[in-house]
Design a protein around this ligand. Structure first.
Ligand code: ZN
Ligand code: ZN
Length: 358
């Protein structure tokens, strides 16, 4: 089974597949394949036809959004959707996205449809990796909006401002600049405790002199995400934090320099960790180096110590090393990088000068 997308649109081919029908239930895959933007839909690809099953809230929208070659089938309940699957896919094994279906959904489908379900092939997980020019231009715009929003909110990073105030200002600025909203819950984390938590939720805590502040922000545009992080120091930080920052910046740029087609992601992670290890800081880098970004904020390829992916043109990935020690503070620097035909392009342009206000 292959699904390919070219300038003429999508081509679905089940030739050579062990399966007779492919059920795509992950909404981001349904959207990628069809353009459908509703919140409930299954795409059923058989040897004879392709159908989008959705409910009455989205029937009209689906007909407007998906190619005419795809039948839109209205289903009035979740049960009706499973029954429609049985009708559309009238025989043979149904390949499903096992990472997307719950155990009870799997059992319910198998029982109602009365046919064997099998996990779809691994290549599906890579379906959306190679971004087209139009996807890249949307992601580029999302990255630009986050850059511009951060630039206009940097002056708020001063004693007396709270994490929530900065979060709210960033999110509303991104909307003013044309984003549909934030790409994920914006992180603003200040001080020796909060900044040392990689996924801190903004609080009413106000910034104090010598705080390190981690701002992780992205914009959502037409379903696509951007993702970046900058770290700032309010006034003079502890001397140790300045050393950490310089090392972290070196580790990040070492990693970014390695981003190119054909590069094993594990090598990039290892090179980054090597810089931190030489400085005795590797133990404070407690997460993976990066992830793909697209219709999902976290998607393939993931970049970490055990990942096996090899970069390809069209991949959009983050490079985001961080250092965290509760009581001292934390920092992270994250850029969004496009893998080009021969090298890479950094889609994030926010400066990396940590002093503020500038
Ligand atoms: Zn991020
Ligand atoms: Zn990220």
């Amino acid at each position: 089974m292959t699904i390919a997308r070219d300038r003429c649109g999508l081509a679905f081919t089940l030739a050579g597949s062990d399966h007779d029908v492919l059920l795509l239930s992950a909404l981001e895959d349904v959207r990628w394949c069809t353009g459908f933007t509703g919140s409930n839909g299954w795409l059923v690809i058989s040897r004879e036809s392709t159908a989008l099953l959705t409910d009455g809230r989205y029937t009209e929208q689906a007909r407007a959004e998906v190619p005419v070659s795809i039948d839109v089938v209205e289903c009035r309940s979740a049960g009706a959707m499973v029954e429609a699957l049985g009708r559309v896919a009238s025989s043979g094994t149904i390949a499903v996205q096992e990472g997307d279906l719950t155990v009870s959904a799997w059992r319910g489908i198998a029982k109602t449809v009365g046919r064997r379900l099998a996990p779809a092939s691994g290549e599906l997980a890579d379906l959306r990796r190679a971004k087209t020019d139009s996807e890249i231009s949307i992601i580029r715009r999302a990255a630009r909006i986050a850059d511009d929003a951060l630039a206009s909110c940097v002056e708020l990073l001063r004693p007396g401002s709270s994490e929530r105030l900065v979060r709210d200002a960033l999110e509303s600025r991104m909307r003013e600049l044309g984003a549909d909203g934030p790409s994920y819950d914006t992180i603003v984390a200040g001080g020796p405790i909060n900044s040392a938590r990689p996924h801190h939720r903004p609080t009413e805590r106000t910034f104090q002199a010598a705080d390190s502040i981690v701002v992780d922000v992205g914009a959502l545009v037409d379903g696509y995400h951007s993702d970046m992080t900058r770290t700032f120091f309010v006034g003079e930080p502890a001397p140790e934090m300045l050393v950490w920052y310089d090392t972290l910046l070196e580790a990040q740029s070492t990693a970014i320099d390695l981003v190119e087609p054909g590069r094993a992601v594990r090598e990039i992670d290892a090179a980054c960790r090597e810089v931190l290890t030489r400085a005795g800081l590797a133990e404070y880098f407690t997460h993976g180096l990066g992830h793909g970004v697209g219709l999902l904020i976290h998607e393939n390829p993931y970049i970490n110590q055990s990942a096996t992916a090899v970069l390809r043109p069209g991949d959009v990935v983050t490079i985001e090393p961080g250092l965290y020690r509760g009581g001292l503070g934390g920092m992270r620097i994250e850029d969004l990088i496009l893998v080009t035909e021969s090298s890479h392009e950094n889609l994030t342009s926010s400066p990396k000068d940590p002093r503020c206000p500038r």
